[in-house]
Every structure is written in C-alpha cells, then in structure tokens.
Ligand binder design. Structure first.
Ligand code: NAD
Ligand code: LMR
Length: 311
C-alpha cells in the first residue's frame, strides 16, 4: 500500500497530508483541490520539510483526478467548514454535492480504494460517499470518533492533571451534539475514570466534549484542523500497517446495535481491508437511549440528504 490521495487542500486536508508524511509510511501522497495551485503549494511546502524532519514520502498537488490514479486510500476533506452560529448540518446542501462529485471522480481512476470521509455533516457525508462509490461498507467510513474521544481525553487530562496518553475512552453516535461519550468505558491507565473524578465534574466534561467542535469554531471563526487532521492520518496509518486497531469510527450498521443502513459512530477494528469488524458493546438502558437519540438525529439529516437534487 503506498499511494494516498487527500481531496481538499484546506486546513484539514493539508494537515492530514503533512502528519501522514511525517509517519514516513507511504510512497506517495497526492493532494487534490479545485484550487490546484493551493494544493501544489501546500504539497511542495510539505515536501520541502522532508529533509528537515527526515521522511521520504513524496507529496504532489493537483486539480486533476488522473493524478490520483490507483490510490490505495483516499481521504475526503473537500467542502465548506461551518462558521460561528452554524451547525454542521447547515453544510449539507453544499457538501453533499461536493462529496458526491469528488467520490465519482475518484472512482473513475481508482478501482478499489478505501475512502475515509472527513467532510461534514460527517455521518451523512460518509453515506453520500458510500452511495456514490459503490464500494462495500468495509471500505467507506468516516473520521469523527477519534477526534471526539481525543477532546474528551484532553479535557480529562487537564482536570486530572495526567497525561492524555494514559486515558483510554470510547464514544458512540453521530458526530454532533448528540454524540455519546461513554464514562463506563473510560479508564486512566486501567483505573475506571469514575474512581478519579466526581460525577459532577465528569458530566461537565462529557457536555463540553459534545460541544467541542463548536467551542473551537467560536474561538477561531472556522473549524479545527490539527486534531482532525491527525485523527484521519492515524486511521490511514492503522490501515497501512494492517494493525487491527480499535477506534471509534463512523461505519454503516448492518444490524449491529439493532440498526440497519445507517452510518453512525461505533467501535471498529481497522486493518488492511478497512473495517475488519464492527464491535458491539453491551450497553445499559441509559446508554442505548442516548445512542437511539443520536441515531434519530442522523436519520433526520439523512432525510434532508435524500430530498436533495444531486444529479
Ligand atoms: N469529521 C470531522 O471531525 C471534521 C473535523 C474538522 C473539519 N471537518 C470538515 O472538513 C471539511 C473541511 O474543513 P477545512 O477546515 O479543511 O475547510 P477549508 O475551507 O480549509 O478546506 C476545504 C477545501 O476544500 C476544497 N474544495 C471545495 N470543493 C472542492 C471540490 N469540489 N473538489 C476539491 N476540493 C474542493 C476547497 O477549495 C478548500 O481548499 C469541512 O466540511 C469541515 O466541516 C470535519
Ligand atoms: O465542528 C466542526 O464544524 C468541525 C468538526 O466537525 C469538529 O468537530 O471540529
């Protein structure tokens, strides 16, 4: 596996390419954007960093899909980000068209890629790419849960004054304010987090996590990119190394958690073939209720998507 395409050379796309290049895992990264010179410039800038940071991954930029031919993995970050006051769902009509067109163009030049979607609203955009690609569900999935748990882990690390490296956590649901961080599946070096923090403080951290994207949009006027870019690069790394790592990702459910034909955040095992397994947790009633509420919200956005005219 050695060719990765990143579509969208904006804040997130450029970060995915740059972080991935630093892992020195792939032969070639192609960065594609409708603004071809921006893609060329960012790829060239990252390539000029190679001798300083010691990696061999060759980066090039383009606006031409022929240059993406025979990609093993494609990360789609193309689309508009939200501005303060907007929800991710407000992006749907613009980004649904972009993600669909991008996926169709990718499939004209790569036979059997793995596609990782980043564009928002994430769960529905992952469905859009799945539908436009014709690929099986194990090869099309979305990045959100790694980012959302990373935020949760960062907030916990600050509150407990420990390293975020020692916090392990799981999270379910759609990538929106109804996401479901799971304290029952959160540990600090194996110690249940509930033994280290009060219920009140933990609740506040769960709530801040759910609104974590919006907090950054408010601060910066646009959405985040360092942690999102690193999260997508981590997924690419796990696939290329065939590691079977378990991450929360947006995957199509086929009966798991009692749901079908819906893309939602769940724990998955990631290896060379993409999603090797969707992992079903034994949820309690309260967790299941929260997951159902989140799924209902994603279904509402799906209805908007189904009503769009994307020719
Ligand atoms: N899943 C997540 O957790 C997560 C995290 C952060 C951002 N996002 C989403 O990722 C997307 C990108 O965010 P960003 O901050 O990088 O935005 P950005 O505006 O910095 O970059 C987006 C890029 O997409 C390009 N683009 C637009 N239409 C295109 C097309 N048809 N073909 C190719 N390129 C095209 C633009 O030219 C631009 O360079 C947004 O939708 C944002 O909401 C998702
Ligand atoms: O919040 C956003 O709009 C971008 C992204 O989904 C995030 O969580 O940072």
């Amino acid at each position: 596996m050695s060719k990765v395409t990143v579509v969208g050379a904006g804040n997130v796309g450029a970060t995915v390419a740059n972080v991935l290049a630093h892992q020195d895992l792939v032969r070639e990264i192609v960065v594609l954007d409708i603004k071809g010179d921006m893609a060329r410039g960012k790829a060239l800038d990252s390539w000029q960093q190679a001798s300083i940071d010691s990696y061999s991954t060759r980066l090039t930029g383009t606006e031409n899909y022929a240059d993406t031919a025979d990609s093993d993995i494609v990360v789609i970050t193309a689309g508009i980000p939200r501005k303060p006051g907007m929800s991710r769902d407000d992006l749907i009509s613009t980004n649904a068209k972009i993600v669909t067109m991008v996926t169709r163009s990718i499939m004209e030049h790569s036979k059997n890629p793995i596609i990782i979607v980043v564009s928002n609203p994430l769960d529905v955009m992952t469905h859009a790419a799945y539908k436009a690609s014709g690929l099986p569900r194990n090869r099309v999935f979305g990045m959100a849960g790694i980012l959302d748990t990373a935020r949760y882990r960062a907030f916990l690390a600050t509150a407990l004054d420990v390293s975020p490296k020692d916090i392990q956590a799981m999270l379910l649901g759609g990538h929106g304010d109804t996401m479901v961080p799971l304290p029952r599946y959160t540990t600090v070096s194996g110690i249940p987090v509930t033994e280290m923090i009060s219920d009140e403080d933990l609740d506040a951290i769960v709530d801040r996590t759910k609104k974590g994207g919006g907090e950054l949009v408010k601060l910066m006027g646009t959405s985040a990119w360092y942690a999102p870019g690193a999260a997508a690069a981590q997924m690419v790394g796990a696939i290329i190394r065939d590691e079977n790592r378990i991450f929360p990702c947006c995957a199509q459910l086929d009966g798991e958690y009692g749901m079908k034909d819906l893309f939602l955040g769940v724990p998955v095992k990631l290896g060379r073939e993409g999603i090797v397994q969707v992992i079903e947790l034994k949820l309690n009633d309260q967790e299941m209720d929260l997951l159902n509420t989140s799924a209902d919200h994603v279904r509402e956005v799906m209805e908007v998507f189904e009503g769009l005219d994307i020719s």
